[in-house]
Write a protein that binds this ligand. Structure first.
Ligand code: SF4
Ligand code: SF4
Length: 485
C-alpha cells in the first residue's frame, strides 16, 4: 500500500447559478495577461452544449486521454514514433476559433466621438491583433441556451434528439470546470520535456515554466482541454489549483468566491499502488474502481502507511474532516467527470436533480407507491448524466439521485411538521443522523466545513522539483519528510 494525499474539489451541480464569478475571480488573478487572454482556467459551460473549447469531449476529433489496448494503458494520440514526428506540429489541437478570438471594445469612442447625427458605437477589437473583428464565438457562447436544440445537438453525450426538441422534456444545467489534477494525468505522461509534473505533497499538477519548450503535447493529450498555450511566452499554462493560497490553508479563488457555495475542497488519501489496475476495468466499472482506491482516513493501517510516506500530521487531521471524502466515499454522491478518459480525475460532481417541479412530482410518486422515485420522472435524463459522470453506468447515477430525493423528502417532512419517512431514507442508504449531516453539508455548511484545507510547510519536505518529476505521471512519485522517517 502506497498511501498518498491529494487535494480534491467537489461541485454540487444542483446549486450552480451560472453566475461566472468563479471564472472572473480566476481570470483576474491568473490569466489577465498578454498571451493568456483566451484562457479560462476555470470556465462554466451550459449543458447540453458544445462547451469550451468547442467539442472538447469529442476524442475522435482531439485524441485526448488514454485508451486500453489489450491490458496496456496507452495515450490515445501518441506512440514513440508519433512523438518524434509531431515534435514541431500537433495536428489534433483545438484552433483559436474553437476557443474563441479574445476581444475588447473601443470604449473611448463612446465618449470621445464628436457630436453627430448617429450614436457612436463601441466596436469589438481583437486583443491579439488590435484590429476590428466580428464576434463569432466565446467561452460561454451558449450560456443558458445550452438546452435549446441549436446548441444541445452539438453535445456528443446526448443520444436522444427528441429530448431537446420537445418543450416538455428540454433541460439545462451548468457545468463549472477546472483542471482535474488527475491521478493518471495524460498531460504529464505526454510531455517529452518532463516540464509538467504532479506534486508529491498535494497532487497538484503544474507546468515548470523554465523547462517547457512549448511543444504542446500536453494540449493534445489532456482530454479535458485544460492545458493552454501562451502565444506570447511560447509556453504551456494551466490551472495551478491556487497553490499559493492552498499552501496557506486558504480556499482556491474560484471556490472562495463561489456565490452558490457549490464547491468543497478537502484532502483524500489514496493507494497509488492500485491506480493502474483501477484504470484497466470496463468503462461502466470505473467509478467504483476509483472509489475503491480512496482510503478511509480513520483506518489505523492507512494512517500508519500515510505517515511512513511522509504525509504530515495536519494533513491526516484534515483528511478526517474532509467534505470531499464524505461526498465521494461515505455518501457516494460525487462522481468524476468522464472517467472513461482514464486520467482518473480528482474533481467530482454531485449530479443535478433540478428542476424542482420534476423532483416534487417524483417525491409524490414515492409517497403514492411507497418506493424510491422512478428515475425516469426526473427531467435531466439519467442516461445523459451517466455518459458525463459514470462511463455510461446508470446505476451509480441513479443511486446518487435517489439519495438526494430521499434526503429532500425527509427534510421537507421535518420542516412542514409531517412524520418523516425513515424507510425511504434507509432504502437510499441513509439514516436520520447521516441525513442531518448531509443536509447541513449540502446547504448551510460554514466556510471551514466546506474547505478543510491544511497548510503545507515545504521546508519539512525534502522533495525538489526534479525529484517530483521523476515519476513522470501519477504513479511512482515519492514523498519523504526532511530527514526521511
Ligand atoms: S490531464 Fe488531468 S491533470 Fe492534466 S491538464 Fe488535463 S485535467 Fe489537468
Ligand atoms: S461562482 Fe459558483 S455558482 Fe457561480 S458559476 Fe461559479 S461555480 Fe457556479
Amino acid at each position: 500500500m502506497d498511501v498518498r494525499a491529494q487535494l480534491v474539489m467537489v461541485f454540487n451541480l444542483d446549486k450552480c447559478l451560472g453566475c461566472h464569478t468563479c471564472s472572473i475571480a480566476c481570470k483576474n488573478i491568473w490569466t489577465d495577461r498578454r498571451g493568456a487572454e483566451y484562457m479560462w482556467w476555470n470556465n462554466v459551460e451550459t449543458k447540453p452544449g458544445a462547451g469550451y473549447p468547442k467539442f472538447w469531449e469529442d476524442q475522435k476529433r482531439y485524441k485526448g486521454g488514454w485508451v486500453l489496448r489489450g491490458d496496456k494503458l496507452k495515450l490515445r494520440a501518441f506512440s514513440k514514433l508519433s512523438t518524434l514526428l509531431n515534435i514541431f506540429y500537433q495536428p489534433h489541437m483545438p484552433r483559436l476559433e474553437d476557443y474563441y478570438h479574445p476581444w475588447t471594445y473601443d470604449y473611448a469612442k463612446l465618449y470621445e466621438s464628436p457630436e453627430e447625427s448617429d450614436q457612436p458605437v463601441a466596436e469589438p477589437i481583437s486583443l491579439i491583433s488590435g484590429e476590428k473583428i466580428d464576434i463569432e464565438f466565446g467561452p460561454n457562447w451558449d450560456d443558458d441556451l445550452g438546452g435549446s436544440p441549436l446548441y444541445a445537438e452539438e453535445d456528443i453525450n446526448l443520444d436522444e434528439r427528441r429530448i431537446v426538441t420537445n418543450f416538455g422534456s428540454i433541460f439545462m444545467f451548468y457545468l463549472p470546470r477546472i483542471c482535474n489534477h488527475c491521478l493518471n494525468p495524460a498531460c504529464v505522461a505526454a510531455c517529452p520535456q518532463r516540464a509538467i509534473y504532479k506534486r508529491g505533497e498535494d497532487g497538484i499538477v503544474l507546468v515548470d515554466q523554465n523547462t517547457c519548450r512549448g511543444w504542446r503535447f500536453c494540449v493534445t493529450a489532456c482530454p479535458y482541454k485544460k492545458v493552454y498555450y501562451n502565444w506570447n511566452t511560447g509556453k504551456s499554462e494551466k490551472c495551478i489549483f491556487c497553490y499559493p493560497r492552498t499552501e496557506t490553508a486558504q480556499a482556491n479563488a474560484c471556490a472562495h468566491s463561489c456565490v452558490g457555495r457549490i464547491r468543497y475542497v478537502g484532502v483524500v488519501l489514496y493507494d497509488a499502488d492500485r491506480i493502474e489496475d483501477a484504470l484497466k476495468v470496463k468503462d461502466e466499472e470505473l467509478v467504483e474502481a476509483q472509489r475503491k482506491i480512496i482510503l478511509d482516513p480513520r483506518d489505523e493501517m492507512v494512517r500508519k502507511a500515510a505517515k511512513e510516506n511522509g504525509v504530515p500530521d495536519n494533513w491526516l487531521e484534515a483528511a478526517l474532516k474532509s467534505p470531499a471524502y464524505a461526498l465521494i466515499k461515505e455518501y457516494e454522491l460525487a462522481l468524476p467527470l468522464h472517467p472513461e478518459f482514464r486520467t482518473m480525475p480528482m474533481t467530482f460532481y454531485i449530479p443535478p436533480l433540478s428542476p424542482v417541479l420534476a423532483v416534487h412530482r417524483a417525491i409524490h410518486d414515492v409517497e403514492e407507491h411507497e418506493e424510491v422515485p422512478d428515475k425516469n420522472l426526473l427531467r435531466v435524463p439519467v442516461r445523459y448524466l451517466s455518459k458525463l459522470f459514470a462511463g455510461g453506468n446508470e446505476r451509480v447515477v441513479t443511486e446518487a439521485l435517489e439519495r438526494l430525493v430521499a434526503l429532500r423528502k425527509y427534510m421537507r417532512a421535518r420542516n412542514v411538521g409531517e412524520q418523516p419517512d425513515e424507510d425511504s431514507l434507509r432504502k437510499a442508504g441513509l439514516d436520520a443522523e447521516s441525513a442531518e449531516k448531509l443536509y447541513r453539508l449540502l446547504t448551510i455548511a460554514s466556510y471551514n466545513e466546506r474547505y478543510a484545507i491544511p497548510s503545507l510547510h515545504r521546508e519539512y519536505l525534502d522533495v525538489t522539483p526534479s525529484e517530483e518529476r521523476r515519476g513522470g505521471s501519477g504513479f511512482g512519485i515519492s514523498i519523504r519528510p526532511r530527514g526521511g522517517q
